[in-house]
Ligand binder design. Structure first.
Ligand SMILES: *[C@@H]1O[C@H](CO)[C@@H](O)[C@H](O)[C@H]1NC(C)=O
Ligand SMILES: *[C@@H]1O[C@H](CO)[C@@H](O)[C@H](O)[C@H]1NC(C)=O
Ligand SMILES: *[C@@H]1O[C@H](CO)[C@@H](O)[C@H](O)[C@H]1NC(C)=O
Ligand SMILES: *[C@@H]1O[C@H](CO)[C@@H](O)[C@H](O)[C@H]1NC(C)=O
Ligand SMILES: *[C@@H]1O[C@H](CO)[C@@H](O)[C@H](O)[C@H]1NC(C)=O
Ligand SMILES: CC(=O)N[C@H]1CO[C@H](CO)[C@@H](O)[C@@H]1O
Length: 603
């Protein structure tokens, strides 16, 4: 135990946790040594409370942004004859018609959720964050930060629209409220899995849907300048289909989320699709790209004015790995259609991108040629099928192309021209790193056999180094605290896809069993702080020593949430009191440390 504490402190010193902004008063103790104490028994003694008197600085309010013409000018870009309406989920509804109220209730029939038991059912008004919530935790060590001087002199760290610091979240709740249609993701929360303790009340989640005003106020009070969130496709298009009705309450909701962000001085970044496709619209459905564009037009015409950064698809490369490579072409098309429409028809000045998952694979034995081949192959299968066309205008990497039976669509010259340069920066979600090695029967044999359990990637990954040590501290699931590979991950992307810039659009840590600790212990989340700061240190090295143009770092996540059907996978930098009727939020230490890192290390 003592050993553990010592190593945590040593690490903190190495990372340079505490810096100038956290200056405390002078130490007033007069004690010299224990020996003196013995002699001077009864002599004056004054205690020192080693505490922080540093408070967060709120953002300046009233942000005004303009990245595209206003809606009145853009309205003519929308298809004609669209029905604007809303739905009320009522299983006994009788209104007939393909898109009537009873058809809407029918959509929801396969999904059964418990109703919310919260004491509010409409948007909650925000209350000011008490000053007592905004005091930084104690920093008792004050080393000289290693890279601080270097980073202070670099101006390129200013982002697209301000600063680097941002949080990301997907926190909805209220899934059945205000005319939202069901999505394929809702099925996960609705699955009964009592034995794993998974929640079945995803109707609640973080209930950000009704608590967003307070959540945005809390970001602003702490000085977090960017908030990345996703819009729920089926809140806008409940049936998901092209030319089907648009839910007015959905549009109104996001309009207000964005206006609330601006009024508090928070810059929004919007993801259009975060895995929550309309129920029964599969990624390889030929209707998918146009259905997506139909939805994107509704949202972008209204909000492009206020939104500087748009992400079309979240981690489509993971969707492809799960749904099969047959979906790859459709996802490329869906993304590129929206990109071109935004640039050519809407003529927005904002940035549009697509964000990828990638936990970089490192050869387990870098001196072994087959391990190097396995690591590269992992990267090429994981990123190359989408990023090659988008960033390089090139078809799939050779290793992918030469594997028969992947179901990948051959890309024509016309396709390649359409997909090329459709991302204004490379957005990546690098949570951790892993090791790659060939499968027991070898890469070649596996790649020739589409029944092989490792087909088509034909790579085995592990967290064990060749010497049988883990690469880092384990979290509650796949993430290991192994910042030592983060700089390489950024370098790989920089060299391979040659983007103009890179944004880290998600990174985060869910400490093992965090949810089992009491609230104060959960809030003192030093493991998450170590994760965030050590990864950001490596990011600074990539920037200053390797010349990688990193423009932003969005931490996942703004608060604990329902992650894939479980409240126990906690990535949040805020705790949610689930016994509180208003789901009260509390900042964790990591949120302050994240803010402090940027204030003290990046000017
Ligand atoms: C949920 O609420 C709706 C509307 O109040 C009601 O019709 C329905 O029966 C409730 N469902 C459950 C499972 O309690
Ligand atoms: C779902 O919630 C109900 C009501 O609290 C509970 O009785 C049931 O056991 C839960 N089911 C699962 C699978 O968690
Ligand atoms: C290719 O498609 C077929 C038919 O849909 C499917 O059975 C197979 O699993 C797919 N293969 C891959 C690698 O996705
Ligand atoms: C290289 O790695 C493979 C697969 O792990 C292993 O079978 C082989 O013995 C290794 N070769 C050397 C020279 O270590
Ligand atoms: C292909 O893989 C399957 C599943 O592992 C195996 O049963 C089969 O024998 C393999 N075929 C060849 C030709 O290796
Ligand atoms: C019409 C249709 O295919 N409906 C399906 C939509 O998805 C749910 C959940 O997977 C199925 O239960 C429905 O049958």
């Amino acid at each position: 135990m003592i050993y553990l504490v010592t190593s945590v402190l040593t690490l903190c010193m190495t990372l340079g946790l505490s810096t100038a902004v956290l200056d405390r008063g002078p130490v007033t103790s007069t004690i010299e040594s224990y020996e003196d104490l013995a002699y001077k028994y009864g002599a004056p003694f004054s205690y020192t409370q080693e505490t922080s008197n540093f408070y967060a600085t709120a953002l300046p309010t009233g942000l005004s942004l303009s990245f595209a013409p206003k809606f009145a000018t853009l309205e003519s870009l929308l298809p004609r004859d669209v029905t604007y309406t809303t739905y009320n989920l009522d299983p006994s509804a009788t209104q007939p018609g393909r898109y009537g109220q009873s058809a809407f209730a029918e959509l929801w029939a396969p999904i059964k959720y418990r109703n919310s038991t919260l004491p509010f059912s409409t948007t909650v008004s925000p209350t000011p964050v008490p000053k007592s919530d905004l005091v930084f935790p104690l920093h008792s060590i004050k080393p000289v930060p290693r890279l601080a001087l270097l980073s202070r002199h670099v101006s390129s760290l200013k982002t697209l629209s301000g600063e680097l610091l941002a949080v990301h979240g997907r926190l909805r709740g209220g899934l059945m409220l205000e005319g939202r249609g069901p999505s394929s993701l809702d099925i996960i929360g609705a699955l009964p899995q009592p034995e794993t303790g998974y929640a079945n009340d995803s109707v609640i989640s973080a209930m950000h849907y009704l608590l967003y005003k307070q959540d945005i106020a809390r970001l602003a009070a702490l000085g977090v300048p960017h908030f990345s969130f996703s819009i729920s496709w089926t809140r806008i298009v409940p049936f998901g289909e092209e030319n089907s009705p648009i839910n007015e309450l959905g549009l109104r909701h996001y309009e207000d989320v964005i206006e609330t962000c601006l009024s508090y001085g928070v810059t929004p970044m919007v993801t259009l699709f975060h895995g929550d496709a309309p129920l029964n619209l599969s990624f390889d459905d030929p209707d998918f790209p146009d259905a997506f564009l139909y939805y994107a037009k509704q949202v972008m015409t209204r909000f492009a004015h206020r939104v500087p950064i748009w992400v079309t698809l979240n981690e489509p490369n993971l969707l492809v790995e799960r749904a099969g490579y047959g979906a790859n072409y459709n996802l490329l098309k869906a993304h590129a259609k929206v990109y071109h429409w935004y640039k050519d028809s809407l003529r927005g000045d904002g940035k549009v991108t697509v964000k990828f998952a990638n936990n970089i694979a490192i050869p387990q034995d870098p001196t072994n040629e087959t391990h190097v081949q396995a690591a590269l192959r992992y990267q090429e299968f994981s990123l190359g099928t989408l990023a090659n066309p988008i960033f390089l205008g090139k078809t799939y990497p050779k290793s992918v192309f030469n594997t028969a039976g992947t179901n990948l669509t051959i890309l024509s010259e016309e396709d390649l021209a359409f997909f090329k340069d459709t991302s204004d920066f490379l957005a990546i979600d690098p949570y951790t790193a892993q090791f790659a090695l060939p499968p027991p029967n070898g890469i070649e044999q596996c790649a020739r056999n589409s029944s092989d359990p490792n087909f088509p990637m034909c790579v085995v990954t592990t967290e064990l180094q060749a010497n049988n040590w883990l690469s880092g501290d384990a979290s509650g699931d796949y993430t290991y605290l192994n910042p030592q590979y983060f700089r390489q991950a950024l370098g790989y992307l920089w060299k391979t896809f040659r983007p103009s810039s890179i944004a880290i659009t998600e990174f985060g840590f869910n400490p093992f069993m965090e949810s089992a600790r009491d609230v104060n212990n959960q809030r003192y989340d030093i493991e998450r702080t170590l994760y965030i700061e050590s990864f950001l240190e490596e990011m600074l090295k990539a920037i200053h020593l390797d010349g990688v143009n990193v423009i932003a770092a969005f931490a996942w996540s703004i608060m604990d949430d329902n992650e894939f059907g479980s409240y126990e996978q906690q990535y949040g930098m805020q705790h949610i009191d689930r016994s509180s009727p208003v789901l009260e939020r509390a900042y964790k230490r990591s949120m302050f440390d994240f803010v402090d890192f940027f204030h003290s290390r990046i000017v």
